[in-house]
Structure formats: C-alpha cells, structure tokens
Design a binder for this molecule. Structure first.
Ligand code: ADP
Length: 516
C-alpha cells in the first residue's frame, strides 16, 4: 500500500516499519477489531512504542525546526505544502481507506468519506494560511490612546496635560510555537488533519501522538506529509502503546518547550492533561466527550427526523462524540417515530468493515462491547423496555460486535442516559412540554452536540439559544464540516476546531505600538 507516487501498490509504510523491526526496540501490536474471535484476532502490524525520552527528543526537534518554519517560510509556501499533502492523501485514498477500516473497524465507505472530510481541513487551512488576518498577518489601528486631562473647566472643555502619542497600533498574529497533539481512534485521519492543518498553516511545529489502536493511518499520513515536503521537525510522530501514552502525554504537558496542547478524547484524560499543563500555563484546546440529546418536537417532519437519527446514531457504530445519545421524543409522536425508526434500524447490516454492503462495523474492543452490554442490562433492570437488540454478537460476528439496540421508557437516572454510551444503543424517553425537553437535554455536565426537529421557525431560534451545547443541528443529524466551528461547552471542552476559529487556536496576538 502507499507505493511510490507513480505506483498504486507497494509495501505498506515499509520505510517507517523496517527500522522498528529490531528486537531491542519496544513494539506494540495493532489488531483488526472486526476479527471473528479473540483467539484468531488478526495482527495487522507491530508498531514502535516510543517513550518519554523519545518524546523529549521529538519536542527538541520540533523546537529546533520552529524558528525557520515560523519566521522564514511564507504563508504561501506553507499553504502549498498543505495542498500537496491533501492531494497525496486523496491520491492514495483507497489504500488509506483500507488501513483505516482494518484498524478502526468502520465500514470502508465511512473510511472513504473520512478522507474527503479530513482533507477538507487541509484544503481549508491551505486557504486560511494566506488570509491577511491569519498567520503573519494582523490588523493596523490608529493610535489607541485617549487624552489624559488634569482639570475640567466650567464650560465642559478639558485641558490636556500630556497629549497622547501619535502612532500606529498593530495587532499581529504569531504562531504559538511547538504544539503537542493527542488524537483518538474513532477518526484516525480527520482528527489529525483538523489539528495539524491549522497548526502548520499558522507556523507552528507539531508533535503528534495518535491512538495506540489506530497508529497505522497516522504513519501513512506522516509518510505522505514527508513526501509532500513537510520537513522533519515540523511534524514529528510519536507512536506509543496504551501504557506509554501516559508518559508521552505527561511529557508534552510538562515540557516547557511545548506551548500548546490540543487533545481529542475522553473527558477524564482531558482533565488530567489540563492539570498537568497548569505549571507551564499552556494554551489548551480540548475536544472531550458528549452525550448528545436528540429532541423530536410534536410538529417535526418524522421521516426527516428518522433519517437524521440513523445517520447521527449509527455512524461509526455510535462511536463518535457527537453521536445522538439521548432521544427525547414528544409523547404524542413517540409511537410513530419509534415504528418508523425501528424499520430503518432493522435494515442495518452488521459485519466486517471490508465486506460489501456492511453498514455497521464492530466496536473498537471487546471491553467496549462488554461495558455497553452491562449498561443496557442495568437500564432494563431500572425500567427500560428493550424493543430491539440488547445483546452482543460475539458468536455470530466476533467479540467486538454489538447488535443495534433500541430501549424505550428509559429511566433518566440510568447510566445509559447519564453517560455517553459510545455504541449502537438508542435510549428513548418522552416529554410533554418544550421546557421539559430543554431541561432534560441540558441536564448533563457535558455540552458538545445537540439535535432537534421542528417545523416551527420561532422555536428553532428559541431552542437553539436555550440548549447548552457548542454544536446544534436543527432538522439535521450530521453537521461537522471543515469550514464550521466544532467544539463544546461545559465539560465537553475548550476552543473550536474548523473554520477561521480553528487557526486562531494556534495563533497568539501580539500588540506592537509604534510612536510616529
Ligand atoms: P478513548 O476512549 O477515545 O480512547 P482516551 O482519552 O482514552 O479516549 O484516548 C484518546 C487519546 O488519549 C489516545 O491517543 C490515548 O492514547 C491518549 N491517552 C490516554 N490516556 C492518556 C494519558 N493519561 N495521557 C495522555 N494521553 C492519553
């Protein structure tokens, strides 16, 4: 895979792998989560497990590369490298899709879509790099000072003792510096490009640690970045197993050469990174967990709501931080919504992501499948009715597979409701008034995405502002895009990725006043 640029097929990221195949180098295994049994789990690759000292070394390289990258390269040059990188990724789209599906389990068509979505970030920031108010740019204002006065006369005029300096006030955008980036397994490509694209465009250098479950897509992207001409030091890759991830993350947080951490992952790890970054007062962007409400009002177009629910809930087998989690359905339309929804859910084809026709793959691990089963069982014991699924598909499919599941009458104190379920489980409760629906939706410490369905225009604006979320989908279930701001409020995180907001996460504003 990823052969020379003129070939279609070659050796899988061989150049990077060969150096790891010495016995004295620590390695970790990457498995296919879609394997049919844990005893026959397919070993995809052995990847180098780097440690704290490797991380220090990578940070030093990124630090050494920073002055040239930040000050001597033009925004046009950085823009061209990002475009070239994007072109190479798209050129090798089929190979990268296979790598992504094999290590993450998502169906091949979802991997292909992720490549389009993920490279959109590189294309967007290739453009954003050269906007006048972005990296290296700034804004020029007239002198910002006001006259200082000593005494006011009775007629209201003032006499000034020290005239304000004449001059120009400049607000200049500068790259933050070396950035430590940590990414999860659920979007092995797009979470990387969403961070690296704006960072490089801004003039930052980066050290990236991808998830131990999906390092191969990252190795492929790193290989293609080098091929595109991104210099060593500007983008350093640290692969590490789950144990070493802690050491690597700790080093990124405490190392004074790192000026910013951008993390996408669980809320608990995000909080730890925030604590560890306190002593060096780093800038932080955190994209953490969600527990998205999906409200259907009595005046909604139910077919539209059902289509959106399928896309929002079952994408990546329910393993995205913006997946609809808590279904809050008006009691007068619950029965019709559930009937229509169940019809569609039954059409989901579960299987290995590489198989034609499969629309839902496995969960990332058997531990995830086991945790989900426990939550479903507890919800049923606490009063929920399971009208579809509710069981693991270990025997028929493999240890990581879980059946698409619908629970109605869910107790809102059950863990399936109060915590993100990160799987193909639909938890439904009903309500009677708009206030009740909004209050149920906001009754959670997290605030990433929310969705609601209505045909009432004033309700659209009213409820959009009442919901405590960073992202609101109205009559739509999948709304992420490179040009749009993505991020949460409350415990879902800090900062925004995407659009012009995304590059400002990697820029500092410096104020320079020139007395003329
Ligand atoms: P998920 O449940 O999506 O795996 P995690 O927060 O555990 O969420 O993982 C997201 C990323 O954070 C992965 O790259 C993982 O290796 C990394 N990670 C996990 N634990 C730590 C830690 N203690 N410090 C730094 N990074 C970590």
């Amino acid at each position: 895979l990823l052969g020379d640029d003129d070939d279609d097929v070659g050796a899988i990221v061989a150049t990077q792998q060969q150096e790891f195949l010495h016995d004295d180098i620590a390695r970790f295994n990457v498995f296919d989560p879609g394997a049919t049994s844990s005893t026959s789990s397919i070993l995809l690759a052995k990847v180098r497990s780097m440690n704290q000292s490797d991380t220090q070394h990578a940070i030093s390289k990124a630090h050494a590369a920073l002055p040239h990258w930040k000050l001597d390269t033009s925004a046009y040059y950085r823009s061209q490298l990002l475009s070239k990188w994007s072109t190479l990724i798209n050129k090798h789209s089929e190979d990268i899709s296979k790598i992504m599906t094999m290590e993450s389990g998502k169906p091949l068509h979802e991997s292909r879509s992720e490549i389009v979505y993920g490279t959109n970030y590189l294309d967007f920031y290739a453009g954003e790099a050269i906007r006048s108010n972005s990296a290296g740019g700034g804004v020029l204002y007239p002198s910002p000072f006001v006259a200082t006065t000593t005494n006011s006369k009775e007629d209201g005029s003032a006499s000034s003792s020290s005239p304000p300096p004449r001059g120009r006030c400049m607000a200049i955008n500068e790259a933050v510096g070396v950035c430590g980036l940590i990414t999860p397994w659920n979007f092995p490509l797009a979470m990387l490009t969403r961070k690296i694209g704006p960072a490089l465009a801004a003039g930052c250098t980066v050290v990236l640690k991808p998830s131990d479950k999906t390092p191969l897509t990252a190795v492929a992207l790193h290989t293609l970045a080098r091929r595109a001409g991104v210099p060593a030091g500007v983008f350093e890759l640290i692969t590490a197993d789950a144990g070493m991830a802690k050491e690597v993350g700790y080093e990124m947080c405490v190392n004074p050469l790192v000026k910013k951490i951008s993390f996408t992952g669980s809320t608990s790890v995000g909080k730890l990174l925030m604590k560890n970054s306190a002593d060096t007062v780093k800038r932080l962007s955190l994209e953490l967990g969600g527990n998205a409400p999906f409200i259907v009002f009595e005046d909604a177009d139910l077919d539209q709501a059902v289509t959106a629910a399928i896309a929002s809930k079952f994408r990546n087998a329910g393993q995205t931080c913006v997946c609809a989690d808590r279904f809050i359905i008006h009691s007068s339309v619950e029965s019709e919504f559930v009937t229509k929804f169940m019809d569609k859910v039954k059409q989901i084809v579960v299987g290995h992501g590489m198989k034609d026709g499969v629309t839902m793959g496995p969960l990332i691990s058997s531990v995830a499948a086991g945790t989900l089963k426990q939550k479903v069982d507890t919800a049923i014991a606490e009063g929920a009715t399971c009208i579809l699924g509710g069981y693991s598909l270990t025997e028929s499919h493999g240890p990581n597979f879980f059946a698409p599941t619908i629970l109605t009458n869910v107790n809102t104190q059950s863990s399936i409701w109060t915590t993100e379920n990160f799987g193909p489980v639909v938890a439904i409760t009903t309500y009677d008034t708009e206030e009740e629906a909004v209050s149920l939706a906001n009754d959670t410490p997290t605030g990433l995405a929310s969705y609601f369905f209505t045909t009432n225009l004033s309700r659209i604006f009213r409820v959009s502002s009442l919901l405590e979320n960073g992202i609101v989908g109205v009559n739509e279930g999948v709304i992420s895009a490179a040009a749009a701001p993505f991020g949460g409020v409350k415990e879902s995180g800090l900062g925004r990725e995407g659009g012009p907001w995304g590059i400002h996460e990697y820029l500092e504003t410096k104020y320079v006043f020139v007395n003329t």
